[in-house]
Design a protein. Sequence first.
Length: 109
Amino acid sequence: MGERVDRTKTSLAGDRKAHRLTKSALYRSKNVLFMENGEHHLIEVERLPQTVKDDKPICMAVAILQHSKLLFLRFVYDILAKYLIAGSFKLNYCDTDSLCICKFNRNII
């Protein structure tokens, strides 16, 4: 739901058209496509689109992300901290659908 909507638009052009496209305010980059003998006939030009249709529900994506963080932290502090020995684990990484926990052996430390 929260995907980027400002993707670049790629065009293949000759020298004359590529020169015209690079003067645009929407121009981002160009890449000359060489043949095996070192000559080039095409240039790849990346531009921003002229219009962006912003129809993505960004507020929903943010709400889902924040709610998943809350659920993971509740699990760590309400469940793991309650049933495991304090200091025997560490939260390394948390994503919207995954959790990475490092478990310490109390006898070694």
